[in-house]
Design a protein around this ligand. Sequence first.
Ligand SMILES: NC(=O)c1ccc[n+]([C@@H]2O[C@H](COP(=O)([O-])OP(=O)(O)OC[C@H]3O[C@@H](n4cnc5c(N)ncnc54)[C@H](OP(=O)(O)O)[C@@H]3O)[C@@H](O)[C@H]2O)c1
Length: 274
Amino acid sequence: MSGTDGVRVPSVKLNSSGSIPVLGLGTSRGTREAVEYAIDIGYRHFDSAYACRTEAEVEAAIEKKIQEGVVKREDLFVTTKLFNTFHRPELVLRAIQMSLAALKLGYVDLYLMHKPIAFKYIDDNPTIPKDANGNYLYNDVDTADTWKVESHAYLMQPDLFDYCKTNGIVLVAFASVGSPGRRNKTKDEAVLSEDPIVVKIAKRLGKRPSQIERGRIPIPRSTNPAHIKENIEVCDFDLTPADLAELGSLDRQLRFFGMAEHKNSPNFPYNDGK
Ligand SMILES: NC(=O)c1ccc[n+]([C@@H]2O[C@H](COP(=O)([O-])OP(=O)(O)OC[C@H]3O[C@@H](n4cnc5c(N)ncnc54)[C@H](OP(=O)(O)O)[C@@H]3O)[C@@H](O)[C@H]2O)c1
């Protein structure tokens, strides 16, 4: 699955069929060279989205690497997403066709609803898990194969994680390194990579803070080759139970993507403070 001398990233099986590499590259910004380099060093999982307008760049990089013989289409796992403006049933097919035209890959491996803010939670909907108190564990709901949600040491989502684990659903984590480059960042917000506990654990393991992950499938975005390389070198060490407990203690339900702009929507998903 890896390039000639790239890191070999394992995959995990999905409930329906196929499998997903346990680490991917986020491609929401400036991307062609990043994807090319990532393929060269072993990345096979790419997270794109129509709304980010980088599908064509992801395609150009993949096409180049296929032509060079580094990978085949079937070696890759490519995700894209249905944006909110295409939720009406009659628009969905058109949206998929637009993404496929930009990606030129014939098919995508995973098609997600990007921000399902208008998703209505009907009572006793059996497809949506609840926590021990009967509250819906809603987030970015997609399929029974994967849930892609914000997840990092400050937002561990243990109930959702346990539910997914029990049901064989793969939890894919965005903002896994704390999304330090996002546009709406505030000056005084917590910086995950500077957290003393994360720094301490990383130091002991001879790793960087961004490499301290805990069981989710991270899709860190980077255009910096050193970071792209660092982010894939996470399969050669284990966190101890004590590390996991310490990381667990950092959870403060801090969302970097709180979607505050939708706060007044009757279907705003985070009104319960989770
Ligand atoms: N479904 C959704 O609604 C949703 C929302 C947000 C994101 N996503 C997906 O998730 C991906 C990742 O999310 P994100 O970009 O918000 O958060 P992220 O991956 O946590 O953070 C990306 C930022 O971290 C920096 N970075 C990455 N690796 C680093 C390292 N090893 N050391 C230091 N800095 C590092 C990057 O800068 P450099 O380029 O300088 O490395 C970039 O500024 C996105 O690209 C997108 O594919 C999905």
